[in-house]
Design a protein. Structure first.
Length: 444
């Protein structure tokens, strides 16, 4: 089998959109505070929020017009040709395959609070295996789980804000507000992007939506509204309790923490309080929601490459009875294990963001190109404020990509090395007839 089953409605799609992203509220963003301080990271977050809102309304048009599991790969392939389509596909793969191990590392850090006898890395390996198996088991079960943990994760963030905002202090929030001046906004950008990274994964389940032309746009728009509110609420409520240093470094340590919300809550109620343990336990739902959601989406990304034979065709097959992309999910799990062994959460996040920004830029260019080349294409949802919204998203994505490249030159070389490897694969391992054909994309 090489087709996916249509089982998703608008509520499930909203859950996948919010769930895939919501771990960004629980960890990762705090790593931008040493770079920019609270003012610098807030400035970066506002820039990134505008970019994502503009991007989502444009990307929703693409996903409703071309509802395929390949997402950005499909749009760029049709608009820009095979070579740039392949670049969009690889960038998308890097984003979605490298994000789960970063989240798994945070899950390990959270569980380690309660089970210090187990290392965070060993916990991360176990949860990676368990959630890969859950995704192989079936989409219906995966989607229901995603809905449940996403709702719990949203509720936990609201409870966290309710517990911390009464203790908000502007003095604490603005302490050492710009440790590197206003230029600290630029190196803080990738961590602000982590607040919203992977919302575009909604497009990759379009093929499994019962009514993609309607439900995908609804899922995208409601998801981004939910996430903007949660991002700003979490940022202010966490930093305003005891200052940014208190949610980056554990007492007596100099290594940045992957669990900023427990650190903030511990300042108010103490680590022995039942509310602390209750909220931290529920808080794991946010990490699990994103971890599970991105694994689900990443499987579809790898599956699409296998289906069009850019990867070995076995990865374009689905499970005979479950209808899930089992080989693709297993391949992604193996790559995730290698990333976990590096032990570099911050670097993994930045690599994932490099892929995301490349995807955003190519997708907005594809939107403009498709409007020109294929005016007849059925567009059940059209981008509002066209062309200004997608142009804003494109300019800000390129701005963020340039800034990230300047401040992360070694990781840029790693990212370019990954792209170079895949292009060698493209020219040496993929038959020319496959590279130059669009039939695979149009046949399903």
């Amino acid at each position: 089998m090489n087709s996916l089953q249509k089982q998703l409605g608008p509520v499930m799609i909203w859950a996948i959109g919010v769930g895939a992203v919501i771990s960004g509220m629980y960890f990762g963003w705090n790593l931008g505070l040493p770079e920019g301080g609270p003012f610098g990271l807030l400035g970066a977050t506002l820039i990134v929020t505008v970019m994502y809102i503009a991007f989502v309304v444009g990307y929703a048009e693409l996903s409703c017009s071309l509802p395929r599991a390949g997402g950005a790969f499909v749009y760029a392939h049709k608009a820009l040709g095979p070579k740039l389509g392949f670049l969009a596909g690889v960038a998308q793969w890097v984003e979605f395959v490298f994000a789960p191990p970063a989240i798994a590392a945070a899950i390990g850090a959270y569980f380690n609070i309660f089970f210090p006898q187990f290392s965070p890395t060993s916990i991360a390996f176990v949860v990676t295996i368990l959630f890969t198996l859950l995704n192989i088991h079936g989409l219906k079960y995966s989607a229901r789980f995603e809905l449940g943990v996403t709702i719990l994760a949203v509720l936990e963030l609201l409870i966290f804000a309710g517990a911390t905002l009464p203790h908000f202090s502007w003095t604490a929030f603005s302490h050492n507000a710009l440790p590197h001046g206003w230029m600290g906004i630029l190196p803080a950008l990738p961590y602000a992007i982590w607040f919203y990274l992977a919302i575009e994964g909604v497009a990759n389940v379009a093929e499994e939506s019962r009514n993609p032309q309607k439900d995908i746009a609804t899922g995208f728009n409601t998801a981004i509204m939910t996430l903007v509110i949660l991002a700003l609420l979490t940022f202010f409520s966490a930093v305003g309790v005891g200052g940014w240093e208190a949610i980056v470094y554990k007492p007596g340590e100099t290594t940045p923490s992957d669990s900023p919300l427990p650190l903030a809550l511990g300042l108010i109620v103490g680590q022995s309080n039942i509310l602390y343990h209750l909220l931290i336990t529920i808080g794991l739902c946010g990490l699990l929601a994103s971890f599970h959601g991105i694994i689900l989406v990443a499987g579809r990304v790898t599956f699409e490459f296998g289906r069009v034979r850019y990867f070995p065709k076995v990865f374009g097959k689905t499970h005979l009875t479950r209808g899930t992309p089992a080989p693709a999910l297993l391949l992604n799990m193996g790559v995730g294990f290698l990333a976990l062994l590096s032990g570099r959460t911050s670097e993994i996040i930045i690599l994932s963001v490099f892929g995301a920004l490349t995807l955003y830029a190519l997708s907005m260019i594809s939107l403009f190109r498709l409007r020109k080349l294929h005016p007849e294409l059925h567009r059940p949802f059209k981008t509002p404020f066209y062309p200004w919204a997608p142009l804003t998203a494109l300019v800000l994505a390129l701005f963020c990509l340039i800034a990230m490249s300047y401040y992360n030159q070694q990781l840029l070389l790693v990212y370019l090395g990954i792209l170079a490897f895949f292009y060698l694969w493209y020219y040496l391992a993929i038959p020319k007839t496959v590279r130059n054909s669009s039939l695979a994309l149009e046949s399903n």
